[in-house]
Design a protein around this ligand. Structure first.
Ligand code: TRP
Length: 332
């Protein structure tokens, strides 16, 4: 039986944090034998908001290096830059012509981002979901691990795929959300009602960066916002503690009741120390491996090159099929 393809993308804007890791990257390594996994660093998507060029380029490389440091095998998986595969932009253009303004207008992320970047509501921001659909459909991916905030984008991707297939006959695999060993949804340490996010971060203490030193990890968790009950209990009205419990469970693989029991007689101080220490211990080997990998420029360069070639080969297949269907001239 052929393996199913999993596709996911992550923007290289900003430094990767614990939310990216526990919510996504950490779980990806466990899928690499069972599926064909493709992890794209979606640098073209990042251009929808203004970036510092040098930083963007560096962040993309850091993210790719981090994937490998976190245990993604660069031969079993395809890890690459979106901009290295021209097929993404080509397919996105074609799909733009099969997507309605009305559909894009409904996207909540577009509404949010346009209010946040009122000075730069560009067309790319509007058609962002179409590029995302192209990312997925280009590889005939059957499964897409996405967080809640991307569900609507996956829905529109499915709608576009079905619409295209209805017009031209079976062309695209219609993808589904991958809900398996789903990653934890990690919230901001300072404002635990909000998702941990580099773009929404208020202060440095909101996020734990994957490359934070253990001391910084422990100190940020110590400063995390809690409540005055001093009882380690998972409850919606205690978002700070609930978040720390989630983090603890994601790292230790314990369940919520086990965790509540374990800290039944401890106050928040001891609990926070335990959470801080387990997160620091989890991240430390990743950080070390990352430091080593960054020294090996030739290796990272070869990963980038080889993986782009592998991705291009797959992308070309779909693009040829699509070009033929819509009536673009065939290669001579
Ligand atoms: N829009 C996604 C995000 O911001 C990133 C992304 C781009 C993506 N293309 C994708 C995720 C394809 C899954 C599949 O999180």
């Amino acid at each position: 039986m052929t393996k199913q393809t999993i596709f996911s993308g992550m923007q290289p804007s900003g430094k990767p944090h614990l939310g990216n890791y526990l919510g996504a990257i950490k779980n990806w390594a466990s899928l690499q034998d069972e599926y064909n996994c493709i992890y794209c660093i979606v640098d073209l998507h990042s251009l929808t908001v203004r970036q510092n060029s040098a930083e963007l380029r560096q962040n993309a490389r850091n993210l790719l290096t981090l994937y490998i440091a976190a245990g993604l095998d660069a031969e079993k998986n395809i890890v690459y830059y979106q901009s290295h595969v021209p097929g993404h932009a080509q397919l996105a253009w074609i799909l733009n012509c099969y997507t309605y303004m009305g559909e894009l207008n409904r996207m909540t992320q577009f509404k949010e981002k346009s209010s946040k970047h009122a000075e730069n509501i560009n067309a790319g921001l509007f058609t962002y979901p179409v590029l995302m659909a192209a990312d997925i459909l280009l590889y005939q991916a059957g499964l897409v691990p996405v967080g809640d905030d991307q569900k609507q984008h996956l829905e529109i991707c499915r709608d576009i795929a079905v619409r295209f297939n209805n017009i031209y006959g079976d062309t695209f695999t219609v993808p589904e959300a991958y809900i398996g060993k789903a990653g934890a949804r990690i919230m901001s340490l300072q404002e635990p009602e909000k998702k941990m996010s580099k773009s929404d971060a208020g202060t440095e203490n909101d996020l734990i960066y994957l490359l934070d030193e253990p001391k910084a990890v422990i100190s940020k968790i110590k400063k995390a916002v809690t409540d005055s009950e001093n009882q380690v209990r998972f409850a919606p009205e205690k978002p700070g503690i609930a978040n720390l419990i989630n983090i603890y469970c994601a790292v230790t693989k314990k369940t919520v009741p086990e965790t509540e029991k374990e800290f039944e007689n401890s106050g928040y101080g001891a609990f926070k120390t335990a959470v801080g220490e387990c997160v620091a211990a989890e991240l430390e080997p990743v950080r070390r491996r990352y430091e080593e990998l960054t020294k090996d420029k030739a290796y990272i360069d070869s990963v980038i090159k080889n993986n782009a070639a592998r991705a291009n080969e797959l992308a070309e297949r779909t693009l040829k099929k699509v070009s033929k269907k819509v009536g673009l001239p065939l290669e001579i």
